[in-house]
Design a protein around this ligand. Structure first.
Ligand SMILES: Nc1nc2c(ncn2[C@@H]2O[C@H](COP(=O)(O)OP(=O)(O)O)[C@@H](O)[C@H]2O)c(=O)[nH]1
Ligand SMILES: [Mg+2]
Length: 325
């Protein structure tokens, strides 16, 4: 493979070359040293794409729904980027293979770019890597970006929170889980989808979710819709597509879209700083004999970690006196 400078790669990617895009995504996933330069160079091209997070338990039908939504977007002439983040089944997992097969109809369509992302090799943490890939797709001119994540762990929440609109997909079997996750679901969902509406218990789950939505105060005038779908047949998918568009419009009209994106950018900076500071500190710990001795004393149980941390941060008083310590 010929070697290309970062500048050349980014220029090709901005001009719409999918191979350059794929290579830059790999660089971001590996956490290559070029990543800061890549991010600097694409920065002026960001903010055009609309990002939709699709989250829910494994097997809920997220990929099937994404596939159908993509079909609708393509019919409108919109270009699509899809990121499937699946920390539970990196590379070898059946889920990713399944996604491939299901999405196959789009593989020949240059208007659809699909990437499965694994946790492996994401140096800056998965959320930060996902953010980087979303930005690349945005800079590459994708109109709509779907980010599919599994489950409701903190990592997945961090990823899905970077989206403009968050769709939570549930299935009748998840009825009990809804009870235990209520608060968390309400916090992230902009749209609820009860998929597998052909199964027993779908209506009950829909009723429960409606009740849940009604019990909570409206967020900036947006009433969370509770939709029913049968993804493989495409039943209800147009309504979902319309709900996403309606949410987007509501966000834009209320000024919330700008507010959300401001919050996301702040969070990204703080995450970046946290990661960098910790990495710098750990690197220093490994080189400095005095600091290393402190770590060993903590390991042996002869020095308490608070005293050790205080000494390690001695030259960084400001850090130590953070409000959380
Ligand atoms: N009966 C039924 N099966 C569905 C429905 N939606 C998806 N499935 C099936 O459920 C399985 C998992 O779907 P998938 O989209 O891979 O779920 P994901 O893990 O959330 O991405 C597949 O075999 C789908 O064909 C639905 O509405 N009804
Ligand atoms: Mg999937």
């Amino acid at each position: 493979m010929e070697t290309q400078t970062t500048v050349e790669l980014v220029e090709k990617m901005l001009a719409g070359d999918p191979r350059a895009l794929a290579r830059l995504i790999s660089q971001v996933e590996r956490g290559d040293v070029e990543v800061p330069e890549i991010m600097q160079r694409i920065y002026p091209a960001l903010g055009r794409a609309y990002c939709v997070g699709i989250t829910g338990p494994p097997g809920a039908g997220k990929s099937t729904l994404t596939d159908k939504l993509t079909e609708l977007a393509r019919r409108e002439g919109k270009t699509v980027g899809i990121i499937a983040v699946d920390p539970t089944s990196p590379f070898s997992g059946g889920a990713l293979l399944g996604d491939r097969v299901r999405m196959q109809q789009h593989f020949l369509d240059a208007g659809v770019f699909i990437r499965s992302m694994a946790t492996r090799g994401s140096h800056g943490g998965l959320p930060q890597t996902a953010r980087g890939v979303i930005k690349l797709l945005d800079a590459a001119g994708r109109d709509l970006i779907f980010v599919e994540t599994v489950g409701v762990g903190q990592t997945e929440l961090d990823i899905v929170e970077t989206a403009d609109t968050v769709v939570v997909v549930l299935v009748p079997e998840a009825g009990d889980a809804v009870q235990t996750m209520k608060a968390g679901l309400m916090e992230i969902a902009d749209i609820f989808v009860v998929n597998k509406a052909d199964r027993e218990g779908a209506e009950r789950l829909q009723r429960e979710l409606r009740l849940l939505v009604d019990m909570h105060a409206q967020r900036n005038g947006w009433r969370i819709p509770v939709l029913a779908t049968e993804a493989p047949k495409g039943v209800g998918v147009e309504a979902l597509y319309a709900a996403i568009a309606a949410h987007r419009q509501a966000l834009q009209e209320s000024g919330q879209l700008a507010a959300r994106r401001r919050a996301h950018r702040r969070k990204e900076l703080l995450d970046l700083l946290q990661h960098r500071l910790l990495a710098a500190l750990v690197a220093q710990l490994e080189k400095d004999r005095v600091l290393l001795a402190l770590v060993e004393q903590v390991q042996e149980g002869v020095l308490d970690p608070y005293s050790a941390a205080q000494q390690i941060l001695k030259d960084r008083e400001a850090l130590w006196h953070s409000p959380n310590s």
